[in-house]
Design a protein around this ligand. Sequence first.
Ligand code: ITT
Length: 202
Amino acid sequence: MEKKFVIATNNPHKVVEFKKILAPLGIECVSLKEMGIVCDAEETGTTFAENAYIKAKAVYDICKLPTVADDSGICVDALGGEPGVYSARYGGEGYDDEGRMYLLLKNMEQQENRAAHFTSSISCVLNDETVLNAEGYIFGRLTREPRGTNGFGYDPIFLPDGYSMTTAEMEGEAKNAISHRGNALREFVLKLKEYYHAYSDQ
Ligand code: ITT
């Protein structure tokens, strides 16, 4: 089974999470930085899955090594699923992660329905013929104030169902055990194993 993957992301927080989630499953992750690859593919898709594939394929085309990408975001029920695939670009230019988080809180000020979920779509370009996909979710609600300094992005305002801590108050391992990215990557590894099982039986 392939055990080494290039991680097609420019987000250093994702790199840390990929490594922590996949190392115990026997998979080594190598970042773009470690590979000396510069690639920032334009995310022209309208779904998480499309954008994940665009990012993985762009890096695979450069290095021809098994490559995995994540496209993710937070979907808020009261906002009809926004910011969704536009989570990293919410509010347009001029906002950083913190600015986007406060913008979301502001846009949610009048809303009593705080339900939200994160989605992570994983695309793995394994070779010229094979692409594996997986998706994971975590459901919860938005707080009214940021809490915690771990994680990134919208973590300080996301309270998972059944927990009293935001994902930014959790230690990395606790977040990864229940997160959208953790769930998607664990499904991806199952699919990878199935693929190699079927392949080795042929
Ligand atoms: P790459 O495209 O290079 O992977 P990115 O950060 O731009 O990096 P996305 O396009 O997938 O990645 O945008 C995802 C955004 O959704 C991210 O910037 C955060 O704002 C938010 N997000 C995704 N996963 C998150 C998580 O686990 N915790 C908090 N916010 C998250």
